[in-house]
Design a protein around this ligand. Structure first.
Ligand code: RUQ
Ligand code: CUA
Length: 662
């Protein structure tokens, strides 16, 4: 289907390549030509294949230039991928327990993080992760934190990039599902969680014939406390919106700092019911020629909160729709037809909306929006929200092709939009201050086919105020014929595209065999400064501080006491190559067990595991970490516990017996 046309291999091409390489000043590697020619011939590689391979290969011991944080889709995890090699570096357990990291398999702290995300106490142990968002300082990724939402259950998770572990999950108390999040404001003042399917506020019941009165959208601003590394629900607030099915959101930056933009797909307020003779949702939501871009002044919203103009619903401050509409927090601008992505240009001057059912992207000018608001030239929608005039705020419409969804930017004044129906990436020129090369503004420049059904597109440093224009990654929903079939559930496909030259060039296909990944963000690798081992022995990885139950070598002990009419056995254990100490732990059936294990290792990679069969327990003890498990010894028997990492030659001997007397 693709560039396999050039099947026969032309040795001359390689010679030219090698010669070009030599001209470029690189030292030709001795022995390369003959061997390389053989490989090229044997593997049937085309000249483009050879160049792509050379551009993406990262030799062992060398690091990738970028790190991509990709949603793991339904897996509820985050994927960490090196670019350009597209090597998978890590899978971070977020909404779903992850045994290798010991996340959710007995370790205190991690269980509590997962439990914070339960829905009114009901365990939820997966997530539909959509949009990862890196923390920002002055609009630049700062490499400190990562946030991601769970669409299915309206939750937001906080990952600390010092150890790439999930530290907090917040459950939205007033919504059951979300979509347009997480997106951060330029100094990570807030992590924004946008709604999607309207429902009664406060997670209540209301029949669908009360849709207009009772159903609402809800935009949440989760305040982030950088010092604590946690969302602070007390300083957070929500804004009530009409039940228009808000979709994606993005934060304004630079000139549009203080604003947030979300689009919407159901201003028709369709309520479905195909089985009762109503138009199905897909038709009912697509009747209007225009939906509404939501334009939200969050600085103004903060003022209203300070002035007490809110109601508290389920513990969180909510600015009611009437207040938002009357006090200048919420405005609408018409946008063609059930759009999808909304993306703010690096300087904040333009807001790009992907048409989805319309072959254009529509570009709004922030300056024009401000003028229209100041002029008071608007009508109001049935909820009293000011609706600006399309012609007053539109900067341009650029026809790109079928199914434009999401847009990212480079450093040369170009934008890249995913075209779902065309299965292509469209490169087009911005105008205004971005147009320095004399090219015609607001014009489609080039289209590159991708494979297939592209959803999001991610760019290197793409959501910052200074994208660097090296690569984009197409996040494709289908892979069709690109990979070895592995049954009817096929991998999805991340495709790496070089955008540094004049033309886009497809470099690499990476199969993703884990859920449907949605968005990704790509950061310069040298901005990340993770721990190589925990900073001191006895580190509590959830609290990110020394654990009071850390144990030094020689201070290991077991204490037995009575508490509330039962026996409590508390163990302070150390782990080091190749033994646990103590190695025998004896309790009686019915005892309550509190077990602290400290890894006293200081060497990089010297991780131990701790598995206790029959009790659903597995820990990961990274060098320096202290972890605690707490459980009732409710089954008697002889339970070998053992290290689950092949840590040393005597790893198999790194075990002990947990003896539970009947
Ligand atoms: S979405 S494929 Cu959840 Cu971001 Cu557009
Ligand atoms: Cu420690 Cu194996």
């Amino acid at each position: 289907m693709m560039h396999r046309k050039a099947k026969g291999v032309i040795l001359g091409v390689l010679m030219a390549l090698v010669a070009a390489c030599a001209r470029g000043g690189a030292t030709p590697v001795a022995g390369l030509p003959a061997e390389a020619q053989t490989v090229i011939r044997e593997r049937g590689l085309s000249p483009e294949d050879v160049v792509a391979a050379l551009r993406t290969y990262v030799p062992g011991g060398k690091y990738d230039e970028y790190v991509m944080f990709a949603s793991g889709g339904h897996s509820g995890q985050v994927l960490v991928i090196g670019i350009p090699s597209m090597r998978l570096l890590k899978v971070i357990g977020v909404f779903t327990p992850e045994p290798w990291q010991g996340y959710g398999f007995g370790e205190k702290g991690t269980l509590e993080v997962l439990a914070e995300g339960f829905a009114r106490g009901k365990p939820i142990l997966w997530g539909d992760t959509h949009h990862p968002a890196l923390s920002e300082t002055e609009g630049e990724y700062d490499g400190q934190f990562l946030f991601i939402n769970d669409k299915a259950n309206a939750r937001l998770a906080v990952i600390d990039l010092r150890d790439f572990e999930t530290k907090q999950i917040v459950k939205n108390p007033n919504a059951i599902s979300d979509h347009g999040g997480g997106f951060v404001t330029p100094n990570t003042e807030y992590v924004v969680e946008g709604p999607q399917y309207a429902a009664p506020i406060g997670w209540e019941y209301a029949p669908l014939d009360q849709y207009k009165d009772k159903y609402r959208g809800l935009l949440t601003f989760w305040a982030f406390d950088r010092q604590k590394g946690r969302v602070d629900p007390d300083r957070s607030f929500q804004i009530e919106l009409p039940p228009y099915w808000q979709d994606l959101c993005d934060a304004g930056k630079k000139v549009s700092y203080g604003w947030v933009f979300c689009n919407s797909i159901n201003t028709e307020m369709a309520t479905g019911g195909i089985e009762e003779g109503n138009p199905p949702f897909e038709a009912g939501t697509a009747k209007n020629e225009m939906d509404y871009l939501h334009i939200i002044n969050w600085k103004k919203a903060e003022e209203l909160i300070r002035a007490g103009k809110y109601e508290v619903i389920n513990g969180i401050k909510v600015i009611r729709l009437q207040t938002a509409a009357q006090e200048g927090v919420l405005f609408f601008a018409p946008e063609p037809k059930s759009p999808h992505g909304v993306d703010v240009a690096p300087g904040g001057e333009y807001i790009v909306v992907g048409g989805k059912l319309d072959p254009h992207v529509t570009v709004y000018s922030f300056e024009k929006i401000q003028k229209a608001i100041a002029a008071g030239n608007f009508e109001r929608d049935p909820f009293g929200v000011p609706v600006l005039k399309f012609e007053d705020v539109k900067e341009a419409q650029v026809e790109l092709g079928l199914g434009p969804l999401h847009t990212v930017f480079d450093d040369k004044g170009y934008a890249y939009t995913s075209l779902f129906l065309d299965s292509a990436v469209a490169k087009w020129s911005l105008g205004g201050p971005y147009r320095k090369d004399g090219a015609e503004p607001w014009k489609l420049v080039e289209k590159l086919p991708v494979h297939y059904n592209i959803g999001h597109i991610a760019a290197t440093e793409g959501d910052t105020v200074s994208p660097d224009g090296k690569y984009v990654v197409a996040l494709n929903k289908w892979s069709v014929d690109r990979f070895q079939p592995v049954g009817p559930l096929h991998p999805q496909n991340f495709q790496l595209i070089d955008i540094s030259g004049g033309k886009m060039r497809l470099l690499y296909d990476m199969p993703i065999g884990i859920g449907e990944p949605h968005y990704a963000q790509i950061i310069k690798a040298d901005k990340l400064k993770p721990f190589l081992v925990y900073p001191e022995i006895g580190w509590n990885a959830v609290k990110m501080a020394k654990d009071p139950d850390a144990t030094e070598a020689g201070r290991e002990r077991v204490e037995v006491r009575e508490e509330g009419g039962r026996r409590v056995v508390e163990i302070w254990m150390t782990a080091v190559r190749s033994h646990f100490k103590p190695e025998r732990v004896k309790v009686r059936k019915g005892d309550h067990v509190i077990w602290h294990i400290t890894s006293i290792e200081r060497a990089r990679d010297a991780t131990h595991g701790f598995a206790l069969g029959g009790y659903n327990i597995n820990l990961s003890l990274e060098p320096g970490e202290t972890a605690t498990i707490e459980f009732d010894a409710d089954q008697s028997g002889t339970f070998p516990f053992y290290c689950t990492e092949f840590c040393s030659a005597l790893h198999l001997e790194m075990m002990g017996y947990f003896l539970v007397e009947p």
